[in-house]
Each structure stands twice: as structure tokens, then as C-alpha cells.
Design a protein around this ligand. Structure first.
Ligand SMILES: [Zn+2]
Length: 288
């Protein structure tokens, strides 16, 4: 946080410097664009082929083939979900929250893509529909589906409270990945990564720039839907914070299940989908 009473006095040019208009770092128009029309056509053909229900304060994993859709659905009551994505064939290629934020902004919605980690760095999925797209940004600068949070985890809890709490999203995702893949718990843990906070309403305070959360506007029936650009392993935790209106990392909040549905447009449609190739950078890093 910035000092309320700075140790150094401002230079004469301070006001002129502070009034310079910002420029957008990455213009999204320059990125390879998703074919939303083809996606809409494929969605019309899709039928539900699988689903899992994720219990409160727990997580689950499900595979989604390239060219199919998956929908994260609110059921029973307001609940936020912490989403991890992996290449189904290589867990080291995983969702890159920081770059997705840099490319698309702090909160994502329809048409935005979720990008994978370096060196693959390619679209893993594209958001095909978002029933909360009406929310926009509220008067506090809050919005839904952020890529700014990390995930609630027992290590931060230990630092802050001195207690061990085992049902944070980090631990939930670790248990779910270990159980799904058969990896030992500690090997699975290193593949858990910063999340997309599905349905969570967050922002930064305007005066101090601090990360805040507020009650999620999600209601049963709301959903966030993705088109799988590559074969995916999807992990989702039903956060112990519930709707994250007060606290997380405890058993205090009222929590509800979440559902992931897989919608498959069929093999011919999936085969028509051109999977994004891994990033074309030479990886020579200036060494010839
Ligand atoms: Zn959480």
C-alpha cells in the first residue's frame, strides 16, 4: 500500500506527470480473434454428455474435449467457484491468470479467452456465454469473474491466523487433482495454480488500491460457459467463502454446490475445430 504521508516531497512536475493520460498496454484487437459465429453454430448442435456436482468446500475434475463446451452452473444458492484448467495431456500447460488479466482486463466475459502458461501460451478456452454479463462494473469498481485473485489457501491462513484450515480452494483442488490423476498429494499440489474466480464479485478500492470482495450477484440458474480450444482437464472448487460476502478460509460462510456440465456438438463438429497451436516463439532467447 502507498504511504499516507510520503517520505519524499513531490517534484515541481508532479501534477503534469500525474495528469498524463494512460495508454492500454495490450490492445485486444491485435490478438487472434475467436470465431464466435462458428462457436454459436456448434453450440446449437451440442447435447449434454456429462456433468459433475461439486460439494461445498470441495472440488472436482472433469475432462472436456477440444471443440466441446463446458458450463459452470449455480444451483441451490449463491456460491463462487475457483477454476483451474490444464492441458488434459500435459499438466505443465495450465491457465495463466496474470497474462489473461493483462490481455483482457481484471474481469472476463463473453468473447474473452483464457490463456495458457509460457512456453505454450495459446488460448485454452473461449468464454461462449455469461448470464451475468449484465453486471458490468458497479459504483465501487467491482465486477464478476475476476482474474486478479489467487485462490484461498492454507499457507496464507497459517500466516494470518496461526491455524490450519484444510478446505481452502487450494487444498480442495489439490485433493481433487490427486484423486483424478492418481498423483501423490504433494505432486498434485504443484500443478494447482492461480484461478479464474467464477461468479466472485471483486475489485480494487479506488483510494488505496486494495483487493476487495462483495456479495456475488449470482443466483441459481446463472452460468459461465466456455468453449474448449484444446483438450482440457477442468478443476473447480466450491470456495469455503460461499458467496464471498464476508469471509473465506473458514467454515463460517453458508456454502452451496456448483455443477459443471459438458456439452458436446458431436465428433464431426469437434473435428472441424482448428486447435490453436503452441506459441510460435523460437525460444532461443537471443542465443543463436
Ligand atoms: Zn476459495
Amino acid at each position: 500500500m502507498k504511504l499516507k504521508n510520503p517520505n519524499h516531497s513531490a517534484p515541481d512536475m508532479a501534477e503534469a506527470m500525474q495528469s498524463i493520460r494512460p495508454v492500454i498496454c495490450y490492445s485486444p484487437e491485435t490478438l487472434p480473434q475467436p470465431d464466435m459465429l462458428a462457436m454459436t453454430e456448434a453450440r446449437k448442435l451440442a447435447v449434454k454428455t456429462a456433468d459433475i456436482t461439486i460439494a461445498p468446500r470441495d472440488a472436482g475434475c472433469i475432462e472436456v474435449p477440444a471443440g466441446a463446451f463446458f458450463r459452470i452452473l449455480s444451483v441451490d444458492g449463491p456460491q463462487v467457484g475457483d477454476l483451474n484448467l490444464w492441458n488434459a495431456h500435459d499438466l505443465t500447460e495450465r491457465f495463466y491468470s496474470g497474462k489473461t488479466r493483462a490481455l483482457h482486463g481484471t474481469h472476463v466475459s463473453t468473447g474473452d479467452r483464457v490463456w495458457s502458461s509460457i512456453p505454450s501460451m495459446r488460448p485454452m478456452a473461449t468464454i461462449s456465454d455469461d448470464s451475468l454479463d449484465w453486471y458490468g462494473f458497479d459504483e465501487f469498481g467491482g465486477s464478476v469473474h475476476d482474474v486478479i485473485g489467487t485462490r484461498c489457501d492454507p499457507y496464507t491462513g497459517r500466516l494470518l491466523t496461526g491455524d490450519d484450515y484444510h478446505y481452502c480452494c487450494h487444498s480442495n483442488l489439490t485433493r481433487a487433482l490427486a484423486s483424478y490423476t492418481g498423483l501423490p498429494l504433494h505432486e498434485a499440489e504443484v500443478h494447482v495454480h492461480d484461478v479464474l474466480n467464477v461468479f466472485m464479485c471483486t475489485g480494487f478500492t479506488r483510494d488505496t488500491g486494495q483487493y476487495f470482495m462483495k456479495a456475488s450477484p449470482v443466483r441459481p440458474g446463472d452460468y459461465l460457459e466456455f468453449f474448449a480450444e484444446i483438450d482440457l482437464l477442468v478443476g473447480l472448487s466450491a470456495c469455503p467463502g460461499g458467496d464471498c460476502s464476508s469471509e473465506h478460509s473458514s467454515d463460517t460462510a453458508s456454502c452451496h454446490p456448483l455443477v459443471i456440465e459438458v456439452w458436446d456438438p458431436g465428433e464431426p463438429a469437434r473435428k472441424r475445430h482448428q486447435m490453436p497451436q503452441v506459441n510460435a516463439y523460437s525460444r532461443t532467447h537471443g542465443i543463436s
